[in-house]
Design a protein around this ligand. Structure first.
Ligand code: EPS
Length: 388
C-alpha cells in the first residue's frame, strides 16, 4: 500500500484542497495538529501583506469521523480569504466584466514557459497554480502524515540554517528537545545571534527592493532502519526525498546529511564508522550520511537540507518581454514576500513526513493502525533495533 498526496487550487481562487489516500483506519487525529502547522507555515520575518489577510484553517471534507481516520481518502480544505478580493479575476465561471490579461512574465517564475507549454495568453493562468500558496494544502496533508508517524515513534522538525550569506553555526547533535522554541525565532533559527543577523539582513535587502533565499534543514528522529531499498533506483529513499523536497516552489538543491561537504573530503573522513554495544546494538558516532545508506534509513536521525532561491517576484522588477507585443518590458510587479525560507522549512517537514509515511505504508502495510504497529514491532524485534 502506497500513500498518495494530491493538491488542487490556485493562489487567489476559492481555496486549496489536499487529498491524502492510503492511511490506515483508526489513526487518531486532532484538528489542532493540522491548524498548528498551517499557522506555522504562515510565520517568518520577510512575509508580505498576503499573510495579514489569510488565517489558514483546515476543514475536513472526508475520511475522518469523530477524530479517527476511516481508511479512505482524506480530503482537507483550506479557504483563501483573499478570494473575496479576487472574485471577478479568479471566478471559476464566466463573469460579466472584462478581466485584463497579464502579459509580463517574471524571470525565475513558471510564467513564460508555462504559457508556451499550455498554449495560454494570460500569465495569470500559470502563476496562480505555480504560486507557493499551494504549499498550504501540502502542509495540511503533511500534518496528517506526521500524526501517523508520531504513532510509530517518529518526530519531524525543521530550522533555518542560512539566509543569503548569513549562516547559523553548525549544530550536529540536535535532539527533539532542541526544537521546542524554534518557532519563537522570527526566522525559525535555533541560534539567537544568527537570528538577529538574519532579521537585519532581511530588513536591509527588503529596503533595497531585493528578495532573499537561504537554506533550511529538516530532521526526523526515531526512524526505523531499513525504510527504502538499495534494490532499485525507484526504491532508494534518498531519491524519493530529493524529488519531494525539490518539488517545493523555489527549491533548487537538496542534500542528504553532509552530501555537499563530503564531495570535498577524502573517503576516510566522509563516512560513519560502525560500532556495536550490547545495550545499544549497532551504532555510529557520526551522522555524515544524514541517516541514509544505500538508499535505506540507518536508524540515525534523517537530515535533509534544501536551498531556496530568492523569490522571483521583485518590487524592482527585472527585464522581461511583453508576450503580447514581444517588446522589452519590466516583469510583473505584484505584492510579494521578500523571504519565505522559514515557511519553506515547515513545507519541508510536510514533504519529508509524506515520504516517510509512504515508506512505512509500503514496508509495513496494515488496514488498521494497530496492524501497522504490530508489524513494526515484529520487525524491530527481528533486527534487534534499540530505539536511540
Ligand atoms: C506568492 C505570492 C504571494 C505570497 C504567496 C506566494 O501572494 P500574493 O500574490 O497574494 O501576495 O504570499 O504565498 C501565499 C499566499 C502563501 O500562503 O504562502 C507566489 O507568487 O508564489
Amino acid at each position: 500500500m502506497a500513500l498518495r498526496l494530491t493538491t488542487a487550487g490556485e493562489s487567489h481562487g476559492p481555496g486549496l484542497t489536499c487529498i491524502l489516500e492510503g492511511l490506515p483506519a483508526g489513526l487518531r487525529l486532532e484538528q489542532d495538529q493540522v491548524n498548528r502547522d498551517l499557522a506555522r507555515r504562515q510565520l517568518g520575518h520577510g512575509r508580505g501583506g498576503r499573510m495579514k489577510i489569510e488565517r489558514d484553517q483546515v476543514e475536513v471534507m472526508g475520511g475522518i469521523r469523530h477524530g479517527r481516520t476511516l481508511g479512505g481518502p482524506i480530503a482537507l480544505q483550506v479557504t483563501n480569504r483573499d478570494y473575496a478580493n479576487w472574485e471577478e479575476r479568479m471566478n471559476p465561471w464566466p463573469v460579466e466584466t472584462a478581466v485584463a490579461e497579464v502579459h509580463l512574465p517574471r524571470p525565475g517564475h513558471a510564467d513564460l514557459v508555462g504559457t508556451q507549454k499550455y498554449g495560454l495568453t494570460d500569465v495569470r493562468d500559470i502563476l496562480e497554480r505555480a504560486s507557493a500558496r499551494e504549499t498550504a494544502a501540502r502542509v495540511a496533508g503533511g500534518a496528517v502524515a506526521k500524526a501517523f508517524l508520531r504513532e510509530l515513534g517518529v518526530r519531524i522538525f525543521s530550522h533555518v540554517i542560512q539566509i543569503t550569506s548569513v549562516r547559523a553555526p553548525r549544530q550536529d547533535d540536535l535532539t527533539p528537545e532542541d526544537f521546542a522554541a524554534v518557532d519563537d525565532s522570527p526566522v525559525r533559527c535555533l541560534d539567537p545571534e544568527a537570528t538577529i543577523a538574519m532579521v537585519a539582513e532581511i530588513d536591509r535587502l527588503r529596503k533595497a527592493n531585493e528578495s532573499l533565499g537561504g537554506v533550511f534543514e529538516v530532521r526526523a528522529f526515531g526512524v526505523v532502519p531499513g525504510l527504502g531499498s538499495h534494490i532499485s533506483w525507484e526504491e532508494r529513499l534518498d531519491g524519493r526525498l530529493g524529488q519531494a523536497v525539490l518539488s517545493i516552489q523555489a527549491i533548487k538543491a537538496v542534500s542528504i546529511g553532509d552530501g555537499i561537504e563530503v564531495a570535498g573530503l577524502p573517503g576516510s573522513q566522509a563516512h560513519d564508522e560502525i560500532f556495536y554495544d550490547d545495550d545499544r546494538g549497532y551504532y555510529r558516532q557520526t551522522n555524515r550520511a544524514g541517516g541514509l545508506e544505500g538508499g535505506m534509513t540507518t536508524g540515525d536521525p534523517l537530515v535533509v537540507r534544501a536551498s531556496m532561491k530568492p523569490l522571483p517576484t521583485l518590487t524592482k522588477p527585472l527585464r522581461s518581454v511583453d508576450i503580447a507585443t514581444h517588446e522589452p518590458a519590466e516583469a510583473l510587479r505584484e505584492r510579494t514576500d521578500s523571504c519565505t525560507v522559514p515557511a519553506a522549512g515547515v513545507v519541508g517537514e510536510a514533504m519529508v513526513a509524506f515520504v516517510l509515511a509512504d515508506a512505512y505504508r509500503r514496508k509495513f502495510g496494515g488496514d488498521h493502525i494497530d496492524d501497522v504497529r504490530a508489524a513494526l514491532n515484529a520487525y524491530e524485534e527481528r533486527i534487534e533495533w534499540r530505539r536511540p
